[in-house]
Design a protein around this ligand. Structure first.
Ligand SMILES: Nc1ncnc2c1ncn2[C@@H]1O[C@H](COP(=O)(O)OP(=O)(O)O)[C@@H](O)[C@H]1O
Ligand SMILES: O=C(O)[C@H](O)[C@@H](O)[C@H](O)[C@H](O)COP(=O)(O)O
Length: 193
Protein backbone atom coordinates (compact mmCIF):
# COMPACT_ATOMS: atom_id res chain seq x y z
CA UNK A 1 0.00 0.00 0.00
CA UNK A 2 1.36 3.42 -0.82
CA UNK A 3 2.99 5.85 1.57
CA UNK A 4 2.89 9.63 1.35
CA UNK A 5 5.89 11.55 2.61
CA UNK A 6 5.08 15.15 1.90
CA UNK A 7 6.44 16.48 5.22
CA UNK A 8 9.57 15.91 7.24
CA UNK A 9 9.06 13.21 9.83
CA UNK A 10 10.78 13.82 13.14
CA UNK A 11 9.16 10.69 14.60
CA UNK A 12 6.36 8.22 14.10
CA UNK A 13 3.02 7.13 15.50
CA UNK A 14 2.07 3.50 14.91
CA UNK A 15 -1.72 3.59 14.72
CA UNK A 16 -4.79 1.45 14.19
CA UNK A 17 -7.51 -0.44 16.00
CA UNK A 18 -6.91 -2.65 18.99
CA UNK A 19 -5.04 -5.81 18.03
CA UNK A 20 -3.63 -4.47 14.75
CA UNK A 21 -0.08 -4.92 16.06
CA UNK A 22 0.90 -1.41 17.19
CA UNK A 23 2.87 -2.53 20.24
CA UNK A 24 4.57 -5.42 18.44
CA UNK A 25 5.52 -3.38 15.36
CA UNK A 26 6.59 -0.26 17.25
CA UNK A 27 8.85 -2.20 19.61
CA UNK A 28 10.58 -4.00 16.74
CA UNK A 29 10.81 -0.86 14.61
CA UNK A 30 12.23 1.21 17.46
CA UNK A 31 14.95 -1.38 17.93
CA UNK A 32 15.63 -1.51 14.21
CA UNK A 33 16.01 2.24 13.64
CA UNK A 34 17.37 3.17 17.06
CA UNK A 35 14.31 5.13 18.16
CA UNK A 36 12.69 5.43 21.59
CA UNK A 37 9.46 3.54 22.11
CA UNK A 38 6.63 5.48 23.76
CA UNK A 39 3.99 2.87 24.56
CA UNK A 40 0.69 4.69 24.54
CA UNK A 41 -1.05 2.20 26.80
CA UNK A 42 1.34 3.16 29.61
CA UNK A 43 0.07 6.76 29.58
CA UNK A 44 -3.66 6.19 30.01
CA UNK A 45 -4.98 7.53 33.30
CA UNK A 46 -6.40 4.79 35.55
CA UNK A 47 -9.94 5.97 34.77
CA UNK A 48 -9.45 5.20 31.07
CA UNK A 49 -8.08 1.73 31.82
CA UNK A 50 -11.06 1.11 34.11
CA UNK A 51 -13.51 2.15 31.40
CA UNK A 52 -11.92 -0.02 28.74
CA UNK A 53 -11.61 -2.98 31.12
CA UNK A 54 -15.34 -2.65 31.76
CA UNK A 55 -16.02 -2.76 28.02
CA UNK A 56 -16.89 0.95 27.77
CA UNK A 57 -15.38 2.77 24.76
CA UNK A 58 -13.44 5.94 25.47
CA UNK A 59 -15.01 9.25 24.50
CA UNK A 60 -13.30 12.20 22.81
CA UNK A 61 -13.00 13.79 26.27
CA UNK A 62 -11.42 10.63 27.73
CA UNK A 63 -8.86 10.60 24.94
CA UNK A 64 -7.99 14.31 24.93
CA UNK A 65 -5.68 14.35 27.96
CA UNK A 66 -4.10 11.07 26.88
CA UNK A 67 -3.29 12.43 23.42
CA UNK A 68 -1.80 15.57 24.94
CA UNK A 69 0.31 13.46 27.26
CA UNK A 70 1.62 11.44 24.31
CA UNK A 71 2.38 14.63 22.41
CA UNK A 72 4.34 15.94 25.40
CA UNK A 73 6.30 12.70 25.69
CA UNK A 74 7.16 12.78 22.00
CA UNK A 75 8.27 16.41 22.22
CA UNK A 76 10.43 15.70 25.25
CA UNK A 77 12.00 12.77 23.43
CA UNK A 78 12.85 14.97 20.45
CA UNK A 79 14.21 17.69 22.73
CA UNK A 80 16.51 15.07 24.19
CA UNK A 81 17.84 14.24 20.73
CA UNK A 82 15.97 10.96 20.34
CA UNK A 83 13.43 9.84 17.76
CA UNK A 84 10.01 8.98 19.25
CA UNK A 85 7.92 6.04 18.08
CA UNK A 86 4.53 6.32 19.76
CA UNK A 87 1.89 3.61 19.85
CA UNK A 88 -1.53 5.21 19.78
CA UNK A 89 -4.73 4.03 18.15
CA UNK A 90 -5.21 7.61 16.80
CA UNK A 91 -8.47 6.44 15.28
CA UNK A 92 -9.87 9.82 14.22
CA UNK A 93 -8.43 12.58 12.10
CA UNK A 94 -8.96 15.00 14.97
CA UNK A 95 -6.82 12.83 17.27
CA UNK A 96 -4.03 12.72 14.71
CA UNK A 97 -4.24 16.47 14.23
CA UNK A 98 -3.88 16.87 17.98
CA UNK A 99 -0.65 14.86 17.83
CA UNK A 100 0.49 16.83 14.77
CA UNK A 101 -0.08 20.06 16.68
CA UNK A 102 2.30 18.78 19.36
CA UNK A 103 4.87 17.42 16.91
CA UNK A 104 4.56 19.03 13.48
CA UNK A 105 5.25 16.62 10.63
CA UNK A 106 5.06 13.49 12.76
CA UNK A 107 4.43 10.44 10.58
CA UNK A 108 1.65 7.86 10.95
CA UNK A 109 2.12 4.20 10.16
CA UNK A 110 -1.37 2.72 9.83
CA UNK A 111 -1.66 -1.01 10.35
CA UNK A 112 -4.78 -2.03 8.44
CA UNK A 113 -6.69 -5.22 9.16
CA UNK A 114 -10.27 -6.37 9.06
CA UNK A 115 -12.46 -6.74 12.08
CA UNK A 116 -12.57 -10.51 12.15
CA UNK A 117 -8.78 -10.71 12.42
CA UNK A 118 -8.76 -7.97 15.06
CA UNK A 119 -11.41 -9.80 17.08
CA UNK A 120 -9.50 -13.05 16.84
CA UNK A 121 -6.22 -11.45 17.95
CA UNK A 122 -7.77 -9.58 20.86
CA UNK A 123 -9.57 -12.71 22.05
CA UNK A 124 -6.30 -14.64 21.98
CA UNK A 125 -4.15 -11.94 23.63
CA UNK A 126 -3.50 -12.84 27.25
CA UNK A 127 -3.77 -10.43 30.20
CA UNK A 128 -4.69 -7.20 28.39
CA UNK A 129 -7.26 -4.62 29.45
CA UNK A 130 -8.98 -4.39 26.04
CA UNK A 131 -11.91 -6.85 25.89
CA UNK A 132 -12.98 -8.29 22.51
CA UNK A 133 -16.31 -6.48 22.94
CA UNK A 134 -14.57 -3.17 22.19
CA UNK A 135 -13.42 -4.19 18.72
CA UNK A 136 -16.70 -3.10 17.10
CA UNK A 137 -16.53 0.42 18.55
CA UNK A 138 -12.90 0.75 17.44
CA UNK A 139 -13.96 0.09 13.83
CA UNK A 140 -16.96 2.40 14.17
CA UNK A 141 -14.65 5.19 15.32
CA UNK A 142 -11.84 4.56 12.84
CA UNK A 143 -11.22 7.18 10.17
CA UNK A 144 -8.36 5.74 8.09
CA UNK A 145 -5.63 8.32 7.43
CA UNK A 146 -5.80 7.96 3.65
CA UNK A 147 -4.63 11.08 1.86
CA UNK A 148 -3.16 12.69 4.97
CA UNK A 149 0.43 13.95 4.92
CA UNK A 150 3.25 11.67 6.08
CA UNK A 151 1.21 8.52 6.34
CA UNK A 152 1.96 4.95 5.35
CA UNK A 153 -0.57 2.12 5.29
CA UNK A 154 0.57 -1.46 5.64
CA UNK A 155 -1.32 -4.73 5.70
CA UNK A 156 -1.27 -5.72 9.39
CA UNK A 157 -1.52 -9.41 8.50
CA UNK A 158 1.91 -9.47 6.87
CA UNK A 159 4.57 -11.18 8.97
CA UNK A 160 6.00 -8.83 11.59
CA UNK A 161 9.43 -8.85 9.94
CA UNK A 162 7.94 -7.76 6.60
CA UNK A 163 6.04 -4.90 8.23
CA UNK A 164 9.17 -3.71 10.00
CA UNK A 165 11.19 -3.98 6.78
CA UNK A 166 8.72 -1.85 4.79
CA UNK A 167 8.34 0.66 7.59
CA UNK A 168 12.12 0.98 7.84
CA UNK A 169 12.42 1.70 4.11
CA UNK A 170 9.75 4.38 4.41
CA UNK A 171 11.45 5.89 7.45
CA UNK A 172 14.85 5.89 5.75
CA UNK A 173 13.37 7.69 2.74
CA UNK A 174 11.90 10.57 4.74
CA UNK A 175 12.67 14.01 3.30
CA UNK A 176 14.81 15.36 6.16
CA UNK A 177 16.98 12.28 5.96
CA UNK A 178 17.39 12.66 2.21
CA UNK A 179 18.22 16.37 2.59
CA UNK A 180 20.29 16.34 5.74
CA UNK A 181 22.13 13.13 6.39
CA UNK A 182 22.53 11.95 2.83
CA UNK A 183 22.94 15.11 0.72
CA UNK A 184 21.98 14.51 -2.86
CA UNK A 185 20.91 10.94 -2.21
CA UNK A 186 17.79 9.69 -3.93
CA UNK A 187 15.10 8.49 -1.53
CA UNK A 188 15.08 4.74 -1.07
CA UNK A 189 12.59 2.93 -3.27
CA UNK A 190 9.56 1.56 -1.55
CA UNK A 191 8.68 -2.06 -2.24
CA UNK A 192 5.48 -2.66 -4.19
CA UNK A 193 2.32 -3.31 -2.25
N1 LIG B 1 2.02 -9.09 12.01
C1 LIG B 1 1.44 -9.90 12.90
N2 LIG B 1 1.07 -11.14 12.53
C2 LIG B 1 0.47 -11.98 13.41
N3 LIG B 1 0.18 -11.66 14.70
C3 LIG B 1 0.53 -10.42 15.12
C4 LIG B 1 1.18 -9.48 14.24
N4 LIG B 1 1.40 -8.36 14.95
C5 LIG B 1 0.91 -8.56 16.18
N5 LIG B 1 0.40 -9.79 16.30
C6 LIG B 1 -0.25 -10.39 17.49
O1 LIG B 1 -1.53 -9.79 17.60
C7 LIG B 1 -1.83 -9.49 18.95
C8 LIG B 1 -2.07 -7.99 19.09
O2 LIG B 1 -0.84 -7.33 18.85
P1 LIG B 1 -0.46 -5.99 19.63
O3 LIG B 1 0.91 -5.60 19.20
O4 LIG B 1 -0.72 -6.16 21.10
O5 LIG B 1 -1.56 -4.97 19.00
P2 LIG B 1 -2.06 -3.52 19.48
O6 LIG B 1 -0.92 -2.92 20.26
O7 LIG B 1 -2.35 -2.79 18.21
O8 LIG B 1 -3.29 -3.73 20.27
C9 LIG B 1 -0.65 -10.00 19.78
O9 LIG B 1 -0.95 -11.28 20.28
C10 LIG B 1 0.48 -10.05 18.78
O10 LIG B 1 1.42 -11.04 19.10
O1 LIG C 1 -3.50 -2.03 22.58
C1 LIG C 1 -4.72 -1.94 22.47
O2 LIG C 1 -5.45 -2.86 22.52
C2 LIG C 1 -5.42 -0.62 22.29
O3 LIG C 1 -5.51 -0.30 20.93
C3 LIG C 1 -4.71 0.47 22.99
O4 LIG C 1 -3.49 0.70 22.34
C4 LIG C 1 -5.45 1.78 23.07
O5 LIG C 1 -5.01 2.43 24.18
C5 LIG C 1 -6.90 1.58 23.12
O6 LIG C 1 -7.28 1.34 21.82
C6 LIG C 1 -7.65 2.74 23.76
O7 LIG C 1 -7.68 3.88 23.04
P1 LIG C 1 -8.76 4.16 21.93
O8 LIG C 1 -10.11 3.86 22.50
O9 LIG C 1 -8.53 5.57 21.57
O10 LIG C 1 -8.41 3.19 20.84
Amino acid sequence: MPGDRSDDMPGLVVMGVTGCGKSSVAAALAKRIGARLIEGDAFHPPANIARMSAGIPLTDADRAGWLDRLGEEARACLAGGEVPIVTCSALRRAYRDRLRAAVPGIGFLFLALDRSVAAERVARRPAHFMPPSLVASQFATLEPPFGEASTMTLDATLPLAAIVERATLWWEARPDKARGERPGAAPARLPPG
